[in-house]
Write a protein that binds this ligand. Structure first.
Ligand code: ZN
Length: 129
């Protein structure tokens, strides 16, 4: 069946892609590069989920023997999700922490001159006076 073949091939590509990206994630990457990778993984997840939808519908119509494919796509989607979480954690480590008001501990924008919560004046070094 043509649709089944297409779904199977796309699932294989997705699985291999996730693996190679997962390996690369151990190397240093800039936050922008990581965000780009997350975008790609999110698109792959969308493809996976839409392929899963196809498979479930084919099962509903009486197509047999799709369980293994469904299982593989579910695992592949889960792996993609884990990769995305890993990249997001790496981004959080790479990005500088926003300034925090020393009086009330509110997180402030980088260019804040005053704390919008308690009104404390920000010093040049990003600390409240
Ligand atoms: Zn404050």
């Amino acid at each position: 069946m043509e649709i089944f073949k297409k779904v199977t091939e796309s699932a294989r590509t997705i699985g291999e892609g996730a693996k190679s990206i997962g390996k690369k994630s151990s190397d240093f990457m800039g936050a922008a590069k990581l965000k780009y990778e997350i975008n790609k993984l999110e698109k792959e997840m969308e493809n996976n989920i839409s392929a899963l939808g196809n498979l479930v519908y084919m099962q509903y119509k009486g197509e047999k023997g799709l369980e293994a494919e469904v299982e593989r796509l579910l695992k592949s989607t889960r792996a993609l999700e884990d990769d995305i979480t890993g990249f997001e954690e790496q981004i959080a480590k790479l990005l500088p922490k926003p300034p925090v008001c020393s009086k009330c501990l509110t997180e402030l924008p980088f260019d804040a001159k005053y704390c919008f919560n308690c009104g404390a004046k920000m010093a040049q070094d990003g600390q409240t006076e």
